[in-house]
Design a protein around this ligand. Structure first.
Ligand code: SF4
Length: 175
């Protein structure tokens, strides 16, 4: 993939980190931007939080087809977040990813992705609370980086991953 729409991010990124995963995933996980290692390797969810996240999913027994991507696919300069223009620029790519793969469940990972995609704020309040929209289940989830920083948040994160597993098991009755 080639794209130079965002001048600032073209300078800060090493790679465009686009979708990786199954052609027809049951779940697509969407984080907000690639982390340091994701950017370096050009693959999503491969840094320490991503690795922990993948392990937690596997440990919960979520073995269905999965996919991973970001709302903004180029890493911003350190300690900055994407601007609204940058989010707007990248949105058609995300929509294309979702339209082509039509997952049963979209998991928005962390505060920013949950707000941008799902329109919900207060991640500790909404994490683990699924909602069906247009025959797709939206499931907000605490960011694994936050879970790794705090034991209480970790406990809640793991409870919510278990909820996701139950959701996967009951998809046929929900959609
Ligand atoms: S963030 Fe998205 S729209 Fe902007 S340059 Fe990267 S791929 Fe293109």
């Amino acid at each position: 993939m080639k794209c130079n729409k965002c001048a600032r991010l073209v300078k800060s990124r090493k790679n465009i980190v686009t979708y990786t995963g199954a052609d027809q995933p049951i779940i697509i996980f969407i984080d907000n931007v690639p982390g340091y290692r994701d950017d370096k390797e050009g693959k999503p969810f491969v840094g320490p939080p991503g690795k922990f996240f993948r392990k937690a999913i596997a440990k919960a027994g979520i073995t269905c087809e999965l996919g991973f991507c970001y709302t903004v696919m180029c890493r911003p300069p350190s300690y900055t977040v994407p601007t609204n223009d940058e989010k707007r620029n990248c949105r058609p790519y995300l929509i294309q990813i979702l339209d082509e793969r039509m997952p049963s469940i979209i998991v928005t990972v962390g505060t920013a992705a949950t707000s941008d995609i799902f329109g919900k704020t207060g991640i500790m309040r909404v994490s683990g609370n699924a909602e069906i929209r247009d025959r797709c289940i939206y499931f907000p989830l605490i960011h694994p980086a936050a879970a790794l920083r705090n034991r209480d948040i970790m406990n809640r994160f793991l409870i919510d991953v278990e909820k996701l597993k139950k959701l996967v098991d009951s998809i046929d009755t929900l959609l």
